[in-house]
Design a binder for this molecule. Structure first.
Ligand code: SF4
Ligand code: SF4
Length: 430
């Protein structure tokens, strides 16, 4: 198999095809600390793309409650167990040798779904990509175990001190998920018809419906289980990244051709989502672009981390990890960058605090941000995950976001302005 470079693993890995990269890459950051599982994103996607016959169980966007929830059921626990069985005790990271550009989280020393596939030989021979096909029953319950917590010792009349940071003893959190439009997609690598492709202009991964024969190898090969089979058309379907909005070609929403964020991002009530496009350089790596909000959060500050980077697909969805969840669980889910990310998020400096205000401040894709400094307005005592007490200085800075054409499209201050309605003019019914 050809060798390709995976920056999230900090090393080369084998992949069924030669390395090839788009000019821009669709990417997003989800802040798990803020998701309230309202499912507005889920319904926005459903009512746009998957409301027809044969798509009844398709949830291209879903929000599951971890650790027990999952759609399809136990998708991650099952694959993690398969990888562990293929490489017992070997799925580990080395963090001794980190380097910001080429190995920001260190080096993964275990096996990816592409590397472990050769060890899983079935009746059809070895798989191209290690994976499994969920059963129909596993697809039936998109929100099973919602709000189910784990941990702690429950005693009548006692709450067990479970809400103390740095870790809650009783915990759960919401994990919003869509297709990661991976750099090395498992779905694409597994398709024997070469019906799946990655667009050179934005890295969105699509299925050519005229080539698809419904073999479901993509369903098997996507580690995140974000390809779904449609029984009445006998083809597979997946998230299309709302590409007319990304292209700026939606005539109603994008009259001037400026790209707009996807449906699920635009509607997010909890303001957990920021989506955009990152520039890919000639060498296939992320171009150095620290004024791009996503580049800043993911590569500069490393406050947002890939979901299960050890699978090896180089997913382009990144998560700010939940602060209260036991670290062992988070290391497995987001890799060794967790401590650094939570440290950053617990007490953001003024630049990071400003960029965090851009989440859902408007719906055009932001290609650049700028910060105008304001006066100091507060000092806040913060207890860090290590137990250290810090004082966070808050400045009333203004963060400004620019669209693809360099036009200012949003301006947010840290100190949210308060307007009081004049009592003489407006009756107050509250
Ligand atoms: S998340 Fe799954 S469906 Fe989406 S690009 Fe990656 S492998 Fe393919
Ligand atoms: S709309 Fe936002 S807050 Fe609501 S479930 Fe979706 S990601 Fe979470």
């Amino acid at each position: 198999m050809p060798q390709v470079y995976n920056w999230q693993l900090g090393r080369e890995m084998s992949y069924p095809y030669e390395e090839r990269h788009p000019q821009w890459q669709f990417a997003f950051v989800f802040n798990t600390n803020r998701c309230i599982a309202c499912q507005t994103c889920t319904m926005a996607c459903k009512s746009t793309w998957t409301f027809s016959r044969g798509q009844e169980y398709m949830w291209w966007n879903n929000v599951e409650t971890k650790p027990y929830g999952g759609y399809p059921r136990n998708w991650d626990a099952k694959l993690l167990a398969m990888l562990e069985a293929a490489n017992p005790g070997g799925q580990t990271w080395s963090t001794a040798d980190k380097e910001t550009e080429s190995k920001p989280y260190g080096e993964f020393q275990g096996q990816t779904i592409f590397e472990a596939a050769a060890r899983r030989v079935g009746p059809e021979g070895a798989q191209a990509v290690m994976g499994y096909l969920p059963t129909e029953a596993e697809w039936r319950t998109p929100n099973l175990h919602e709000d189910s917590a784990t941990g702690g010792k429950w005693q009548p009349g006692k709450f067990d001190g479970s809400t103390q940071l740095p870790e809650h003893r009783v915990w759960f959190f919401y994990l919003a998920r869509i297709c990661n439009h991976c750099t090395y997609p498992g779905c694409l690598g597994a398709c024997p018809r070469q019906a799946i492709y990655k667009r050179p202009e934005d890295g969105i991964v699509l299925i050519d419906q005229t080539r698809c024969r419904g073999y479901r190898k993509c369903v098997e090969g996507c580690p995140y289980k974000k390809v779904m089979y449609r029984g009445n058309t006998h083809t597979s379907e997946k998230c299309v990244g709302c590409y007319p909005r990304i292209e700026g070609s939606d005539p109603e929403l994008c009259p001037d051709g400026a790209p707009i964020e996807t449906r699920c991002m635009s509607v997010c009530v909890g303001k957990i989502r920021l989506q955009g496009l990152v520039k890919i350089g000639e060498d296939g790596r992320w171009a150095h672009d620290p004024e791009n909000p996503l580049h800043f959060l993911i590569r500069e500050r490393q406050v947002a981390l890939p979901l299960y980077p050890q699978f090896g697909t180089e997913p382009n969805g990144f998560y700010i990890p939940p602060r209260w969840v036991p670290r062992g669980y988070l290391y497995q889910m987001f890799g060794p960058g967790v401590d650094h990310a939570i440290e950053q998020y617990s007490c953001p400096d003024r630049e990071l605090l400003a960029v965090l205000q851009l989440f859902r401040a408007q719906r055009q894709i932001l290609f650049r941000f700028k910060i105008e400094q304001g006066p100091k307005v507060a000092e806040v005592a913060v207890r860090m995950p290590s137990g250290e007490e810090r004082v966070q200085e808050i400045f009333n800075d203004t963060v400004i976001g620019f669209n693809k054409f360099g036009k200012e499209v949003v301006r947010v201050t840290i100190d949210e302005p308060v307007f009081e309605r004049p009592k003489e003019k407006h009756a107050n019914s509250i």
